[in-house]
Design a protein around this ligand. Structure first.
Ligand code: TRP
Ligand code: ZN
Length: 889
C-alpha cells in the first residue's frame, strides 16, 4: 500500500538530475526465499544541475542489506531510508556506490519490478518498476551502460537472460550457474530486463541493410514452440520495413523476445530483450483468431520500432511519453497498412479512436498528449498518449509531405541519438526541415479535448463559386476551461455527377500529391474560416476530412441522399465507409429517440437497399463490405450521446440488426455460402476479409434466433479448421437468447471448453464469449466462473477476458437497473487494488464515465465510486482515477 493523499507532480517543475550514472554493474542471486541484488554504480555530479551534496535514490519495497561508497561501508547516521527513497547525506563529486538489497519476487503480484510468472522470473520496469529492484535514479533522463550477472539454480533456470550480449558464464557449487550480459548502449533503467526460466528457444535470422546477420531468438514454454512462426516473420518484416521507410537498422547481434503469461500490458521494448504478453506473440491457425494474428504482427512491430523511437532516442521525463508512444504507434500503424489493407487498417484505427479515445477526451481523466501533471504515471498509458499521439504525428507527416517528413525524422534520430528529449525537440526537427512555424500546431500537444468542426457549404450559380465555411470549437476539459484555436488540416474533394472535380481554391494551389488536382488540404487556423472554390459548374457534394485527416468531430449537414451518393462514389475508401457509418448513426439516433418517446422505431429502407447492393456486388473488397455492414457499436453510439440511454441504444441496434437480417435473409445466406472456402488458412488480407464478411453474415442471420441460422452456427463450430471461424460460431451460439436454444448453447460452450481447456489463450476467448452474453443469466455465469479454478484474479489476461469484457462490452448487463453490475465491478476493483493496482485502476474506467448516463444509472455508478474512495489504503493508481472522476482533486 502506498502513502495516503498522493500528490500531483508537474511538468513545469522539471529539473535535470543532480547526479549522473555512467555504469551499472548488477548481480542477481535468484532464490526461492529471498533474492539478493548487488549493484555497483559509477556516479558523478551533473555539471548542468545546481550544486547539492546529498544523493536521493528511488526505492520501494526493498530491504537494504549493505551500502558503501568507494569501498567504505556507510554508518547508520550517514543515510535515511523511507518507503520511497534512500537519502545519502553527503557524497563526493565522483564515486563508486555499492548497494545490496533483498527482494521477494515470489510475493510480487503487482507485475512491476522483478516477479514470477508460472515457473519463470521476469521483469517489467517501465515506467517506475526498477526502483522495486534496487535503489537507483529511476528516471529516463539518467542513462547508463549496464552489465548484468544473473545467477540461479541450473536445473530449474537453465535460461538466464538480460539486455545486450552474453559475455561470460560459469557453473557454481550447489547446482547453481550464472551468465553475464553486457549492453553496449547507454539506457534508462526502465529499459532494463532480466529473465530466468526453463524455456525453449525458437530461432530466426535477419540480415541488415549493411549485411550484418542478426539472430532472432524467441523464448517460450515447451508447449508453445509451434506458435512462434508468425511473430518471427512479423519481426523480419518489421526490420526490413524500418530500413526501407525510415533508414533505421538494428544495432545489436541478438534480438530476443520472451513470452510470459502474467503481464500488465501487451509487451515491453526492453533493449535487445523484449518481454511479451503471450497473447501478443503466440499464434497458430487452430488457436488464434485473425484479429489476434494482426495484433501479434502489430505489437511485434511496435516493440521493434521502439528500438529507435524510444530506446536510441528516449524521453526526458514521463510527460514526454507520447514522444515515443505516439510516434511508435504511428510507425506500427503505417507498417500494418503497408503489409495489409490500408483502408481497412484506417477504418479500424479511426473506429477505435472515435469510440474510446474521444470518450476518454470527454471524461474526467482527459489530458493533453503532453500532460502537464500526473499523480501516478501508470495511469497515463492511455489512448490519448498512444492513439491521439499517433494522429498528431500523422498530421505532421500530412503537413510536411512524405519526403520532408522523412528528412525530419532522419534529423531527429541523428540529432538526438543517445539522448533523452522532449516533444518540442521532435517538432523542432519538423520546423527546421520544413521552414514552417508550428507554434499553433503544438496546441495538439498541450490542449486536451476533441475539437468540433462545423462546416456549411454555399453554392452560387451566378458566379459558379462554392464556399465552405468552417467553425472550430473545443469543449472544456479538466483544468482547461478555454482553448486556443487549433491548426486543423482538412483534406477535401468536391464531387459532381461526373466524379471528383478539379479544384481551384482562392489563395491556394492544389495539393501536389494528386496530379489531377481533385484533392486539397485546407489548413484551418482561425475559429471561423472560409474557403472559396471557383469554376464550380454544378452544386457539389463535399467529401470532407478525407482519410480522417485530423482527430476532430466534423459535422456537415448532409442529407441521406448525399451520404448514399458518397458511399458509392467517393474515391477515398475511408470516406466511403464513413458515409455509410454516419448514415447508420443518424438512423439509429432517430430510432433511439423513437424508443425514448414510446413510438415504434422505423428503418429507413434506403439503408436496406444500400446494404443489399453491397452484398450483391462481388467486385467490392469483402473486408470493406463487412466493415460497412457493421452497425455502429453500443460504445460509439454512447460516446455520441448527450446523455447515454443504454436501453434505448440497445433496442435500436437490435431492431435494425434483425430488420436488416429479416429483409436480406436470402442474400445473407447466399453470400455466406459463396464465401465458404476450403483453402488452407493464411492470415493474409484477402482471406481475413472473406472470413470477416462471411462471419458478419452469420451474425446477422443468428440475430433472427431461427433454427436455420443456429444450425449453421453449430455446423461451423464443429467443422471450422481455424479459430476465427470457430470463435465466430461460438459467439453466435453463446449470445443466443431464445430459451428454445438454451441446451444447445450450453452444449456448445461445454464442448468448446473441453476441447481447449489446455490452451490458456483460447480459454480466455471462452471466458470473453460468456462475459459478453447479453442474456439475463450472464451475471450468474460470471460469478460462477470467477469462483471456478479456470479463473485467476492474479492473471491480467483472465481479468480482462472476464471482468473487463463484461464491464466494457456488455452494457445491458453491466448497467442493469438494480446496480448489481456496478457493485460487482466495484468489489473486484477494490480487491484487485491490494494485489495489482495498475490493473485495478484500468478496470475501474467504465464507472468513471458516470456523468454521461441517465440519472438512476449515474447515481448508482457514482455510489460505487464513492464506496471505493472510502476504502482505507487505496493505491496511488486507483486513488487518482477515483478522485478525479468524483471531481475531488
Ligand atoms: N512501453 C510499452 C509499450 O507501449 C508499454 C508497457 C508495457 C507498459 N508494460 C508496461 C507501461 C507496464 C506501463 C507499465 O510497448
Ligand atoms: Zn510502446
Amino acid at each position: 500500500m502506498k502513502d495516503a493523499q498522493p500528490k500531483a507532480i508537474y511538468l513545469k517543475d522539471y529539473q535535470p538530475p543532480e547526479y549522473l550514472i555512467d555504469t551499472v554493474d548488477l548481480h542477481f542471486m535468484l532464490a526461492d526465499e529471498a533474492t539478493l541484488v548487488k549493484s555497483r554504480l559509477q556516479i558523478r555530479r551533473n555539471p548542468l544541475a545546481p550544486e547539492s551534496n546529498s544523493l536521493v535514490l528511488d526505492g520501494e519495497q526493498l530491504k537494504l542489506l549493505s551500502l558503501a561508497i568507494d569501498g567504505q561501508d556507510l554508518a547508520a547516521e550517514d543515510y535515511i531510508v523511507d518507503s520511497s527513497a534512500l537519502t545519502i547525506m553527503s557524497v563526493p563529486e565522483k564515486f563508486l556506490l555499492e548497494i545490496t538489497t533483498e527482494i521477494k519476487p515470489q510475493d510480487n503480484t503487482s507485475l512491476e519490478g522483478l516477479y514470477r510468472s508460472h515457473t519463470m522470473y521476469c521483469t517489467q520496469c517501465e515506467a517506475e518498476g526498477f526502483r522495486k529492484i534496487t535503489y537507483y535514479l529511476d528516471r529516463p533522463d539518467v542513462m547508463a551502460r549496464f552489465t548484468t550477472t544473473v545467477e540461479a539454480q541450473a536445473d530449474k533456470y537453465p535460461v538466464l537472460l538480460s539486455n545486450g550480449n552474453p559475455i561470460d558464464s560459469g557453473v557454481l557449487e550447489g547446482g547453481r550457474h550464472w551468465v553475464k550480459w553486457e549492453d553496449p548502449f547507454p539506457k534508462p533503467a526502465y529499459l532494463f530486463a532480466l529473465v530466468a526460466g526453463d524455456l525453449e528457444k525458437v530461432e530466426g535470422t535477419f540480415t541488415t541493410m549493411s549485411g550484418r546477420e542478426v539472430r532472432i531468438e524467441v523464448f517460450v514454454e515447451d508447449k508453445d514452440v509451434e506458435k512462434c512462426g508468425h511473430a518471427i516473420e512479423s519481426l523480419q518484416r518489421s526490420m526490413a520495413w524500418d530500413e526501407q521507410v525510415y533508414g533505421r537498422e538494428y544495432d545489436l547481434d541478438i534480438y530476443m523476445i520472451v513470452a510470459v503469461d502474467d503481464f500488465n500490458m501487451g509487451a515491453m521494448e526492453n533493449k535487445g530483450l523484449n518481454i511479451f504478453n503471450t497473447s501478443c506473440v503466440l499464434a497458430s491457425p487452430e488457436t488464434t483468431t485473425d484479429a489476434s494474428f494482426q495484433r501479434v504482427e502489430g505489437v511485434v512491430a511496435h516493440e521493434y520500432f521502439h528500438n529507435w523511437s524510444g530506446n536510441r532516442v528516449t524521453c526526458r521525463d514521463w510527460f514526454q511519453l507520447s514522444l515515443k508512444e505516439g510516434f511508435t504507434v504511428f510507425r506500427d500503424e503505417e507498417f500494418s497498412a503497408d503489409v495489409g489493407s490500408r483502408t481497412v487498417k484506417r477504418v479500424e484505427g479511426v473506429s477505435m479512436l472515435r469510440t474510446a479515445q474521444f470518450a476518454e477526451d470527454a471524461g474526467p481523466m482527459a489530458h493533453p498528449v503532453q500532460p502537464a501533471s500526473y499523480m501516478e504515471i501508470s495511469n497515463f498509458y492511455t489512448l490519448t498518449i498512444y492513439e491521439k499521439g499517433a494522429e498528431v504525428v500523422r498530421m505532421l507527416q500530412q503537413l510536411l509531405g512524405a519526403e520532408q517528413f522523412r528528412q525530419a525524422t532522419d534529423l531527429y534520430f541523428e540529432r538526438f541519438d543517445g539522448q533523452a528529449v522532449t516533444c518540442d525537440d521532435f517538432v523542432a526537427c519538423m520546423e527546421d526541415i520544413s521552414g514552417r512555424d508550428l507554434t499553433q500546431f503544438k496546441y495538439w500537444y498541450t490542449q486536451a479535448g476533441t475539437p468540433v468542426v462545423n462546416v456549411v457549404g454555399e453554392y452560387s450559380e451566378t458566379d459558379n463559386t462554392y464556399r465552405l465555411r468552417f467553425e472550430q470549437y473545443c469543449p472544456p476539459s479538466p483544468g482547461q476551461a478555454e482553448k486556443e484555436a487549433y491548426m486543423i488540416p482538412i483534406k477535401v474533394s468536391l464531387f459532381g455527377e461526373a466524379g471528383a472535380m478539379r479544384l481551384q481554391c482562392q489563395g491556394m494551389t492544389a495539393d501536389t500529391e494528386t496530379d489531377d488536382n481533385t484533392e486539397m488540404v485546407l489548413e484551418i487556423t482561425a475559429r471561423q474560416q472560409e474557403f472559396v472554390f471557383e469554376q464550380v459548374m454544378e452544386l457539389p457534394v463535399p467529401s470532407l476530412l478525407r482519410g480522417f485527416s485530423a482527430p476532430v468531430k466534423l459535422h456537415y449537414p448532409y442529407t441521406a441522399e448525399q451520404r448514399l451518393f458518397l458511399m458509392s462514389r467517393d474515391n477515398d475508401g475511408f470516406n466511403r465507409w464513413d458515409a455509410c457509418q454516419q448514415l447508420c448513426v443518424e438512423i439509429l439516433q432517430s430510432q433511439v429517440l423513437a424508443v425514448q418517446t414510446a413510438q415504434s422505431p422505423e428503418l429507413d429502407q434506403r439503408l436496406v437497399h444500400a446494404f443489399d447492393g453491397l452484398l450483391m456486388d462481388e467486385s467490392l473488397d469483402p473486408a470493406m463490405v463487412a466493415l460497412m455492414l457493421q452497425l455502429p457499436s453500443q460504445a460509439y453510439l454512447s460516446e455520441l450521446s448527450e446523455q447515454i440511454d443504454v436501453f434505448a441504444i440497445d433496442t435500436a441496434r437490435r431492431f435494425t440488426q434483425t430488420s436488416v437480417a429479416r429483409q436480406l435473409k436470402e442474400r445473407l445466406l447466399a453470400v455466406y455460402e459463396r464465401l465458404s472456402s476450403d483453402e488452407s488458412y493464411l492470415p493474409n488480407a484477402e482471406q481475413i476479409g472473406q472470413r470477416s464478411l462471411r462471419n458478419m453474415c452469420l451474425s446477422y442471420l443468428v440475430s433472427l434466433e431461427e433454427e436455420q441460422a443456429i444450425s449453421l452456427a453449430e455446423g461451423q463450430l464443429s467443422c471450422a479448421n481455424n479459430m476465427t471461424d470457430e470463435f465466430a460460431a461460438l459467439l453466435a451460439m453463446a449470445h443466443s437468447q431464445d430459451d428454445k436454444f438454451r441446451s444447445r448453447k450450453t452444449q456448445a460452450l461445454n464442448s468448446f471448453y473441453e476441447k481447449w481447456s489446455h490452451e490458456p489463450l483460447v480459454v480466455n476467448l471462452w471466458l470473453q464469449a460468456q462475459a459478453t452474453d447479453p442474456s439475463a443469466e450472464c451475471f450468474e455465469n460470471i460469478s460462477r466462473l470467477m469462483e471456478s479454478a479456470v479463473f485467476d484474479i492474479n492473471n491480467p489476461n483472465k481479468v480482462r477476458a472476464l471482468i473487463g469484457a463484461f464491464a466494457n462490452q456488455n452494457a445491458m448487463n453491466f448497467h442493469k437497473t438494480d446496480g448489481s453490475g456496478h457493485q460487482f465491478l466495484g468489489n473486484i476493483v477494490t480487491q484487485l487494488d491490494g494485489s495489482n493496482p495498475m490493473i485495478a485502476a484500468r478496470l475501474v474506467t467504465p464507472l468513471t464515465r458516470w456523468e454521461k448516463y441517465t440519472e438512476d444509472t449515474a447515481t448508482s455508478m457514482r455510489g460505487v465510486l464513492q464506496g471505493i474512495q472510502k476504502q482505507p489504503g487505496l493505491s496511488k493508481d486507483l486513488y487518482e482515477i477515483v478522485f478525479k472522476s468524483l471531481k475531488m482533486d
